[in-house]
Design a protein around this ligand. Structure first.
Ligand code: NAI
Length: 319
């Protein structure tokens, strides 16, 4: 067996995201303690993760250098977080997105952790200044926001509290790289962080285009999946500008005025209600009926696509 990395990682909350983190840290050779409030939830989570690892191994998509069995043996579960945090290098909180609940969990952790461990939240949109306010160990706190499904989409947004120590950010950045994730530093906190701000900008214009009858809902999605999304899997919008002219300065010279003209025609924030919801829902349900079976099957297909794309991206190293 390849030797596991020294270090224990504690995951608090063994739902969808907690399980993904557990798999990622185990893939990096870390010993993982998965905690939840109910023993049955932990037992189910561990069983589910080990099964998932075996399936991924069969498909050739298991991450890391250890076998599924070796990775599975790095996992343990518990309902007593006090015992679990002993000797941990990193704690990843993954309880539901509820500010009061998260603050309760952090207040409890704050009392039992040492001065070395990093205390990290998976929150998608709660601000670090709200999450970590008043904690003694605030310098060790950070948000590490993954993207679903984290096993195949490697981006992690690192968002510090104003009092987070730079060393906490650096250590978390290094740890994420070590487990094969792709961390970015959000240099100061902002509502929605960076990824969701971009996502909401797209959702917003997508909604307006459909609402105003410019394109149908299914064609709108095709514009992303067969258009912008194709290149965005490899290069971002800024590099796209750079490559679509003779460099960035040339792009701004040639296209800047046109971009500004179009941007000025963008409408207000949509209401996401009324007739447009019905129209969009009808189109989506034609493609994927909104019952648990069809939704689960489509998610499974999406994850398989992302898994293949992740393999392709590994092969296509930048020149
Ligand atoms: P989930 O509802 O699937 O899992 C939450 C887990 O936390 C459950 O197993 C629950 O029993 C456990 N829990 C509740 N209170 C607890 C406590 N006091 N101590 C220990 N465990 C406790 O939620 P999910 O989707 O995994 O989300 C977790 C976090 O990750 C949220 O902050 C969410 O915003 C964030 N996130 C979610 C993404 C998603 O697509 N689901 C994507 C990125 C981030």
């Amino acid at each position: 067996m390849a030797s596991p990395a020294t270090g224990v990682v504690v995951i608090v909350g063994s739902g969808l995201i907690g399980r993904s983190w557990a798999m990622l840290f185990a893939s990096g050779g870390f010993r993982v303690r998965l905690c939840d409030v109910e023993q049955q939830q932990v037992t189910d989570a561990l069983e589910n993760i080990r099964k998932e690892m075996a399936v991924l191994e069969l498909r050739g998509s298991l991450r890391g250098r250890l076998s599924a069995k070796e990775q599975g043996s790095l996992l343990s579960g518990c309902v007593d977080v006090r015992g679990a945090v002993e000797g941990a290098v990193h704690i990843q909180e993954c309880v539901p997105e509820d500010l009061e609940l998260k603050r309760k969990v952090f207040a409890q952790l704050d009392q039992i952790i040492n001065d070395q461990v990093v205390l990290s939240s998976s929150s998608s949109c709660l601000l670090p200044s709200q999450l970590f306010a008043g904690l003694v160990h605030v310098a060790q706190c950070i948000v590490a926001h993954p993207v679903n499904p984290p096993y195949f989409v490697p981006l992690v947004e690192l968002v510090p509290h104003p009092d987070t120590a730079p060393e906490t950010v650096d250590r978390t950045h290094a740890l994420m790289q070590k487990i094969g994730q792709s961390p970015v530093r959000v240099l100061k906190e902002i509502d929605g962080f960076a990824l969701n701000r971009l996502q909401y900008a797209i959702i917003s214009e997508a909604w307006r285009l459909v609402e105003e009858g410019v394109v149908s809902p299914s064609d709108l999605d095709l514009i992303m999946s067969d258009g912008l999304g194709m290149r965005y899997a490899f290069i971002g919008p800024l590099e796209t500008m750079h490559l679509n002219a003779e460099g960035m300065v040339s792009y701004c010279d040639r296209y800047g005025e046109g971009v500004k003209r179009v941007l000025k025609t963008f409408g207000p924030v949509p209401e996401f209600s009324g007739a447009t919801v019905e129209k969009v829902n009808q189109a989506m349900c034609l493609k994927v009926p909104a019952d648990p079976e069809h939704l689960a099957a489509r998610r499974q297909w999406r994850d398989e696509c992302l898994q293949r794309l992740a393999q392709l991206k590994r092969q296509m190293q930048p020149q």
